[in-house]
Design a binder for this molecule. Sequence first.
Ligand code: PHE
Ligand code: FE
Length: 287
Amino acid sequence: MAEAELSRPAGTAEDWTVPQDWAAYSPAEHAMWDRLFARQAAMLPDRVVPEFIAGLDMLRMDKPGIPDFEALSERLMKATGWQVVAVPGLVPDRVFFEHLANRRFVAGRFIRRPDQLDYLEEPDVFHDVFGHVPLLSHPVFADYMQAYGEGGLRADGLGAIDRLARLYWYTVEFGLIRQDSGLKLYGAGIVSSFGESKFALDDASPNRIGFGLERLMRTQYRIDDYQQSYFVIDSFDDLLRQTIETDFAPLYRRLEGQPDLEPETVLPEDHVYTLGTQAYARAKAPG
Ligand code: PHE
Ligand code: FE
């Protein structure tokens, strides 16, 4: 994701991109990718939405080593017109939105160290590329991501980036989807995490609640641990349709008069798939 008020590091282009410098990765860095890849590839097949696996296959992401963004972009470009470009770290919101609006996904180029196998504070190339890129090969999801970028530029003008960011968080990063065979994962933050790809589907602790645009824009989220609530979409088509057909400007205005909801809140009008015990979050709460 993005963050405001950063200054552009030396050596980055005006749009904050840098060369990936694929040849500079060490064998240990490639081996780290392979290790993370093998772990998720074993975990995901029955849990993730089939379109994600189709994307991995189409993009040949099972090839050993950290993917070369140029080769990846070439395949992606043919499928949906998207590219993957490297950035040194977090970028300002507007830069992030501008890239998305132009069908460019910005990805970190560094890979986590062995002591960061399960937790890191800034997205690395495994999260960004393994987590996000497969679904960019899906035409409807690809359109959603572009629309989100355009919506971001608009939200910035309306002072509503924080609201819109919740939509990204609860869909692109931590979304679940309902299928005939049950709930499946699609959010990049889940599918790139060994722990959360189990927790989000199997654990009794979190709520799993039907997607509602306004509902979700009112809901705070956790950045430091597993989510306390996940939101479930009916399909990518439905997500795209609802978000592009709704003018967010009146929605943002209406939300100004309403209090935020805590991450674990369940409302009477929610469509609840699973009412969470919140045992996990409580056990971890301070005091
Ligand atoms: N419809 C949104 C608006 O009016 C734009 C948007 C589309 C935002 C898709 C996110 C996802 O601002
Ligand atoms: Fe991400």
